[in-house]
Design a protein around this ligand. Sequence first.
Ligand code: ADP
Ligand code: 5GP
Length: 229
Amino acid sequence: MSNNPSPAPQPPPSGDPREGDCRPWETRRGLLVAVAAPSGAGKTTLCVRMTQRFPALRYAISCTTRPPRKGEVDGEHYHFVSQARFQEMVGGGEFLEWAVVHGHFYGTPKAEVDAMRDRGGDVLLDLDVQGVESIRSIKYIDAVFCLILPPTYAVLRERLGTRGKDSPEEIERRMTIAVKEIARYELFDYVIVNDDLEEAATQLESVIRAEHARRTRLNADWYRSTFFR
Ligand code: ADP
Ligand code: 5GP
């Protein structure tokens, strides 16, 4: 007989479908949460909070042809790729959606999103409205679409200013684009007005929790074996 002590209980391997928020009665395929907002409305702030509140929720890392900004890390904030590589990926059908935003290409890699969802992880997509429109038009996709709004245009302008990332000309350009984005509100399932940050975060969290309880997300195997054995 071996003298080895019994092995210590091991945590589930990372990526295990039961990791995080996925409970036995939920389908193993993770949620797809698409979030859009006019620049400065607080999308990044809210999405970061969601990844802190839901351990199984991860950002899908998009590909972009725009150059990295100071402090941005390849493979973490974006996959920074050349225009030629981006076109190759478009040709190969590798994107769930892609769009030109502010003169640069952006795309959501399909394989990455599918792999995360198949492991039971929820996926957060940070999209512009064109991306939302494309994903909405894919018949088989079961995504939830959330629009984050500022309480007023004045507050939006103020937030763009206090964030301190953009010149006054760039702020005005973003304000003009905001009007067009806000006009597309009917593309979304949920509209969250980010006035009080805590309240908006609670509302977005509630949307994600409610989506977990959607009937179509019930794990049929669990249901049958629990109630109809
Ligand atoms: P987005 O990602 O939509 O462009 P950010 O998350 O970068 O916006 O937010 C823009 C600025 O507004 C940031 O300085 C952020 O700290 C601030 N902000 C976000 N939400 C609120 C809020 N509810 N109240 C006040 N300031 C906010
Ligand atoms: P930024 O360059 O400031 O990070 O992003 C600019 C805009 O591109 C934002 O509105 C952001 O939501 C959007 N965006 C980022 N990744 C993607 C993507 O993969 N697809 C689409 N359609 N938009 C994206």
